[in-house]
Design a binder for this molecule. Structure first.
Ligand code: TRP
Length: 336
């Protein structure tokens, strides 16, 4: 048996995947699989914490799974959160090991409830949104994960997860849960090519994100029209040019990157050349993804069954934890 360290991460179901998602998180998931025992969830329970559409939720759950597999995540490492209902069970138990005060200080809760309040319709703040971080703690601790690869915005949730684990361990008088650490990895910050002052994101509109499965012509066009200079005087490299360099580096075009960096320093950089290389890099990656995606589309039923099977396999680990937790917390336990 190998004793690889365990990694847990999760993503909310969204239908599309753009290069911001890919370079910012998913590419890292793919790489981590080489070194660690990885468990990656699509968290559909979490997606219910804000107003949502049930049909879309299920569609998005499957489509993000297909997309993750197409870009290189191993199906055996993937699970659907609601196919492991022990997450919800453990979340309840953790609610009782987590203070109301600490939850009310969560910045994500404050931001999202504020966003809800500002909406003219659907101004509804669910208790699920309040308890969101507790469910996240359950996602992580249920697999006794050592590391959680997430961005800075999730640090507060990780801190809460450790607090819950500590309180639990203290109360039951046993060092049962591992205290998980955040795994920081250098990931490029991908900005919108149409407005390099904002992050690449789907919600900002068509121009502001490049789908990893987009047609070649579309990718080329979006890069061609990328903003380089805004006309405003900037010190050093403009945000648009910097973003193009990030994309070039992230797409693995090391030589072109080095060469064009030198051109920039010499003052001989042609934006058209930089753009052509970036487009080449993205189109190259996208071609591989699209091939795999097409194969998945041909074989949907089988892939769905594989995801169900891997969820069932991963569920066994979760059940083991919940069984032990029930033992430790004085709950009735009929699973022998
Ligand atoms: N809250 C995370 C996000 O918004 C998603 C998430 C849910 C998660 N459960 C998790 C991330 C467990 C890491 C580990 O991105």
């Amino acid at each position: 048996m190998t004793s690889k360290k365990r990694i847990l991460s999760a993503i909310q179901p969204t239908g599309d995947m753009h290069f911001g998602n890919y370079f910012g998180a998913v590419q890292n998931w793919v790489r981590l699989q080489e070194q660690y025992d990885c468990v990656y969830g699509v968290v559909d329970y979490h997606a219910m914490s804000m107003p949502y559409n049930p049909k879309k939720l299920r569609e998005n759950t499957w489509s993000i799974l297909f997309n993750l597999i197409a870009v290189g995540v191993d199906v055996d490492n993937l699970f659907i959160q609601s196919l492991v209902p022990e997450h919800a069970e453990l979340s309840w138990i953790f609610n009782c090991f987590c203070s109301y005060g600490q939850l009310s200080r969560m910045t994500q809760f404050k931001d999202k409830s504020q966003q809800s309040k500002e909406k003219a319709t659907d101004a509804f703040i669910s208790a699920g949104l309040f308890g969101y971080p507790v469910l996240q703690a359950a996602d992580i601790l249920i697999y006794r994960a050592d590391y959680v690869p997430v961005g800075k915005d999730q640090e507060q949730h990780l801190e809460l997860t450790r607090n819950i684990a500590e309180r639990f361990n203290k109360q039951v008088g046993k060092d049962y849960f591992v205290l998980p650490e955040t795994l920081y990895t250098e990931v490029p910050k991908v900005m919108s090519t149409a407005d390099p002052a904002r992050k690449m994101s789907k919600s900002a509109g068509e121009k502001h994100h490049i789908n990893v499965f987009a047609d070649e012509a579309r990718i080329r066009k979006q890069i061609k029209s990328a903003v380089t200079d805004t006309g405003q005087a900037t010190e050093g490299m403009s945000a648009g040019v910097e973003n193009l360099f990030s994309l070039l580096g992230a797409s693995g075009k090391k030589e072109a990157y080095e060469y064009l960096r030198t051109c920039y320093q010499n003052g001989t950089l042609k934006y058209s050349e930089l753009k052509a290389e970036v487009a080449e890099g993205l189109v190259g990656l996208s071609a591989v993804f699209k091939d795999r995606k097409a194969a998945i589309e041909q074989d949907k039923k089988n892939i769905k069954n594989q995801i169900k099977a891997s969820s069932a396999q991963i569920r066994k680990r979760a059940q083991e934890t919940v069984k032990e937790v029930k033992e430790l917390t004085g709950l009735a336990n009929v699973r022998f």
